[in-house]
Design a protein around this ligand. Structure first.
Ligand code: PRX
Length: 658
């Protein structure tokens, strides 16, 4: 896809141009990052910009700061006290508008609640909440007292919540009675109740009243937030922490069954997010910014909470589903709040594309100035649709590549510095201070236009501190594949202009509607079903979600496939992992194709599900297993095979959007 020369005159201002800034950042990285870091409020300046004991990086060592002070206090002390910090809209249509001074008052009171519950610096707090203002307020309140938050996405099950609480060792859990999703109530408190039976470390639970569904609290261990707030102090001194004090732990999927607790620092993380937010989104005082991610994922942490608030920006948060009560809900929100910067996912864009442009006609989207995309590759068709129909052919699109582990944006156009030509489908160049490349299997730079592994060549401030409690896994997962470089797990191509085109994961991780799901995690969940003997999970290309989940499973001896088995396995996975991981297809097979050493050849299963050529199968123990899989899958698709395959077409489980 050729580049587009677009009429973005506004973004060509006579400041230091992109390449000058980039080159200087790479020549003198520590000076460069120190200069960026000075834009934040430090209570003590760092002794060293970077301590790099490969593969562990520590940024701004010895510097002290407080993330809540940076995101709230420093604005509440200026004219921004009356500026809107958060425009919040609930799914039922209720609205709350929080100015920076209101946010200041609330974070102080919530910090006091946490302290009164015995939470102190370094303690871990799990947050299992819907997208309501209480979630960012609790995150900031934790940061205020130096406690470390672990947000668990509300689409995860009780078991998944318990695993995360136990791994991190949380002392306190904050949840809500329920949250709204597509007109229904998600019963968070009862899911949390089940989780807490498995979590000995949790001493106390706080419950936010949101959906007014009936719940039972078990005092004194469990309390309503509104009761605790009655006893709260109006001011809590921010705890000054060293730059490498963890701000949060966020779990993400890897190549083993156990999710990784990614630990982020305070100083490096904030510096990275502060500056990239300005470069990428060109944030201005008058901007109204909306990122549609869920705060339960890293995009929400960095791009809804920490980066916008560190800038004193006005940010929109919406609780519910994009298509509730009607398909134009998002466009209604953009019009209502006068959103100028809109950041969303390719899956969302493709979903809307499928509904046509009629829904847009009712809405005035003329306030939009800049659009963004994140989480998965955006295909050129979706990019162009977004550009034409949402952006009215006047807004640049920033396709931002990054990961939970990188903490902040790494590859993206940077209109806030200079808007270089955009290429639909490419995330563009690395941002200043960040050096990435595409390498071949030997770790040498891959020739231009050829696929290789995307690597990061030097430490960056937003870089993870490590994996919670597992330094060996950290080294193995990111630093053992390509010597000296951080391994991203993505395939990419670098084109003749040096632009990066990210092609998707090279490991056993799926990207379903932008959500990161480990196949090993799903396989562990599947085989924990009493009637499943073996399972292998693969991704299937999906025109809207990017990938969908296909499970190939062998049942225990004597159990016949049936529609009930499909249903039972599907609901088992929902209860072990959560609604986010519900499979799109379940195919029962008599045998899984294996090598002579007993390894399941997922490559073959992936080819079958995607209708690709099977390739070489000479390493298989028994090649006829491939025919069996092909036949079983065909029967599943045609709805005419034995048992489950036959009935599956009729009773196909509803696709989950969450
Ligand atoms: O495969 C890449 C894809 O999302 C992965 C990271 O997922 P997660 O940690 O959940 O963070 C997602 C939001 C930052 C990457 O390894 N990815 C993310 N952004 C893009 C992308 N793939 C292509 N283009 C992007 N812009």
């Amino acid at each position: 896809m050729a580049e587009l020369s677009l009429p973005f005159d506004r973004w060509h201002y006579p400041v230091k141009k992109f390449y000058d800034l980039y080159d200087s950042s790479i020549e003198e990285p520590e000076d460069f990052w120190a200069e960026q870091a000075r834009q934040l409020d430090w209570f003590r300046t760092w002794d060293r910009v970077l301590e790099w004991e490969a593969p562990f990086a520590r940024w701004f060592v010895g510097g002290t700061l407080n993330a809540c002070h940076i995101c709230v206090d420093r604005h509440a002390k200026t004219w921004r006290r009356s500026k809107v910090a958060i425009y919040w809209e609930g799914e039922p249509g209720d609205v709350r508008v929080l100015s920076y001074s209101t946010l200041y008052r609330e974070v102080n009171r919530y910090a006091s609640v946490l302290k009164n519950c015995g939470v102190g610096t370094g303690d871990k707090v799990a947050l299992y909440l819907p997208m309501i203002p209480e979630l960012p307020i609790f995150m900031l309140a934790c940061a205020r007292i130096g406690a470390i938050h672990t947000v668990v996405f509300s689409g995860f099950s009780a078991r998944a919540l318990a695993d995360r609480i136990n791994d991190v060792g949380a002392r306190l859990l904050v949840t809500a009675d329920g949250g709204f999703r597509r007109g229904k109530i998600l019963p968070l408190k009862s899911i949390a109740d089940e989780a807490l039976t498995m979590c000995p470390s949790v001493e106390k639970a706080i419950v936010v009243k949101r959906a007014d569904n009936s719940v039972t609290l078990n005092p004194p261990k469990e309390s309503w937030l509104h009761d605790l707030l009655e006893e709260a102090d109006p001011y809590v001194e921010p705890e000054l922490v060293e730059s490498n004090h963890p701000l949060y732990v966020l779990y993400t999927s890897g190549t083993t069954g156990k999710p990784k607790g990614i630990v982020h620092s305070t100083g490096g993380y904030l510096v990275h997010n502060y500056v990239t937010y300005k470069w990428v989104f060109d944030i201005r005082e008058e901007s109204v910014y909306w990122c549609t991610a869920d705060i339960g994922w890293v995009t929400g942490h960095s791009q809804i909470v920490y980066a916008p608030l560190a800038h004193g920006a006005a940010t929109v948060i919406y609780e519910g589903a994009p298509d509730y009560p009607a398909i134009d809900r998002w466009w209604d929100i953009i019009e209502k709040y006068g959103v100028t910067i809109f950041y969303t996912s390719p899956t969302a864009i493709r979903t809307f594309m499928g509904h046509g442009e009629e829904m847009l006609k009712k809405h005035d989207l003329s306030t939009l100035e800049l659009l963004g995309s994140v989480g998965e590759s955006i295909n050129p068709e979706a990019w162009l649709w977004f550009y034409r129909h949402i952006g009215g052919e006047r807004c640049p699109i920033v396709d931002t590549w990054w990961q939970t582990e990188t903490g902040g944006i790494m590859i993206s156009p940077t209109p806030g510095i200079e808007c270089l030509p955009l290429k639909p489908g490419s995330a563009g160049l690395a941002v200043p201070g960040v050096e990435v490349d595409v390498v071949d299997e030997a770790g040498k730079p891959a020739p231009r236009e050829q696929r290789g592994s995307l690597v990061i060549k030097r430490p960056w401030p937003g870089m993870l501190l490590g994996i919670h409690g597992d330094p060996e896994r950290y080294k193995k997962a990111y630093w053992s594949q390509v010597p000296g470089y951080y391994y991203t797990g993505d395939y990419a191509v670098k084109d003749g202009d040096g632009y990066f085109w990210v092609l998707g994961r090279s490991d056993e991780v799926l990207k379903v509607a932008g959500h990161r799901i480990g196949t090993a995690e799903l396989e562990d969940a599947a085989v924990s079903h009493p009637q499943v003997a073996e399972a292998a999970v693969v991704g299937k290309t999906d025109p809207v979600k990017g990938e969908s989940i296909v499970i190939f499973a062998r049942l225990q001896e004597g159990i016949r496939p049936s529609a009930d088995q499909t249903k039972s396995l599907t609901s088992h996975i929902r209860s072990v992992v959560g609604a986010v991981a519900v499979p799109d297809e379940v195919c029962f097979v008599p045998r899984l194709p294996k090598t002579r050493s007993g390894k399941v050849l997922r490559r073959v299963l992936k080819a079958v599900a995607n209708d690709d050529s099977i390739g070489d199968v000479t390493t298989l123990e028994d090649e006829s297993s491939v025919q069996e899989v092909i036949q079983a899958y065909q029967e599943l698709k045609e709805g005419k095979g034995p048992g489950a395959q036959k009935n599956y077409a009729k009773g196909k489980p509803k696709k989950e959007k969450r």
